[in-house]
Ligand binder design. Structure first.
Ligand SMILES: [Zn+2]
Length: 87
């Protein structure tokens, strides 16, 4: 029985039923990419959770962000520069 490699799409005859890659290199490449993709997806999930305000600690974070924003607005109204220019 011939199987197609999940990485390079080459047809090969597997030594075992579960073999999905033509060689170790393809298996390594595939899993590295999958791991990286998973890491990216998890990072995006965390980012989305932050944006949606879901998850733990976000209410506090939002409140803190509001305080910072209020301070910036107050500073802007007072007419004083937030940062001292160093040129
Ligand atoms: Zn392959």
């Amino acid at each position: 029985m011939v199987t197609r490699c999940r990485e390079c799409d080459k047809e090969f005859i597997p030594n075992t039923v579960r073999q999905e890659f033509c060689n170790d290199y393809c298996r390594g490449t595939y899993h590295r990419r999958r791991y990286r993709q998973q890491a990216v997806e998890e990072a995006e999930d965390r980012r989305e959770a932050r944006l949606n305000g879901d998850g733990r600690g976000t209410e506090e974070e939002r409140q803190k962000a509001n305080e910072v924003l209020a301070r910036i607005v107050a500073q802007g109204r007072s007419g004083k520069p937030k940062f001292v220019r160093r040129i």
